[in-house]
Ligand binder design. Structure first.
Ligand SMILES: [Zn+2]
Length: 236
């Protein structure tokens, strides 16, 4: 005969432990803390991204400035040339004028580019300050809530310890092979033992075939529900 009564009693204690752990995981203060921790990390990542972006824009800006200066020198030289050279034909004069216009056009484009880069750089600076502020606030909030949670957790941990002790006490007299079977079923569905009610599995409510019902009633071996796999217990 398989004695399922002790295992059934153990399951009650085991479920109380699981429920306590589940409550602890879902504790609103704990959830809030985890959210803050993630948010803090996001802001840190954002800061790193903005820092990289700032460095990149800074380099581009330095290059653009140097190009702009070279261009300015060329414009000055060209302007001086226009004054000094004696232009022999109207065609030469037109060509020089066209060259000058081209240079000035490039200078304007370059100025626009520089202005845009400066705007980008300013935006990066603002983003960085915002991310820093957000991160600092999240850290501050975290520290405050953590203190509250430490107290809550200490109490929950005491409750859990007590429940675990009761459960472990109830496990002492259970045959190890039976316990292994229980734990194996529990991995698939919990609670792993279901009562047979009106020839139905108390876990999934599926009607059991006559052969399963009679085997469960005899109690000579462990019988599992054909649908959900729970251990079926006929508790008189
Ligand atoms: Zn079932």
């Amino acid at each position: 005969m398989v004695n399922l009564e002790a295992l059934w009693q153990f399951q009650q204690k085991d479920m109380q432990v699981d429920q306590c752990e589940s409550r602890m995981r879902q504790d609103p203060t704990r959830v809030k803390l985890l959210r803050l921790k993630n948010y803090f990390k996001e802001q840190q990542d954002a800061m790193k991204n903005v820092e990289n972006e700032t460095e990149r824009v800074g380099k581009t800006l330095a290059q653009a400035q140097s190009q702009y200066e070279t261009l300015q020198v060329r414009v000055r030289e060209q302007a001086q040339g226009v004054g000094q050279e004696t232009l022999e034909t109207a065609a030469q004069a037109r060509a020089q004028l066209a060259q000058m216009r081209d240079l000035l056009g490039r200078l304007t484009t370059m100025e626009q580019r520089l202005a845009q880069l400066m705007r980008d750089l300013n935006k990066s600076g603002r983003d960085l300050r915002a991310a820093r502020q957000n991160a600092a606030k999240a850290k501050n909030d975290y520290t405050q809530i953590k203190t509250q949670y430490d107290t809550i957790y200490a109490e929950q941990a005491r409750e859990l310890d007590a429940l675990v002790k009761v459960r472990d006490e109830a496990a002492k007299d259970i045959d190890p092979a039976l316990m292994d079977r229980y734990q194996a079923v529990k991995k698939r569905c919990s609670p792993p033992i279901a009562l047979l009610r009106a020839d139905q599995c108390g876990g999934c409510n599926m009607s059991q075939p006559a052969v399963v019902v009679s085997a469960a009633k005899k109690g000579e071996r462990i019988v599992e529900c054909e649908t959900c796999g729970r251990i079926i217990y006929v508790r008189e």
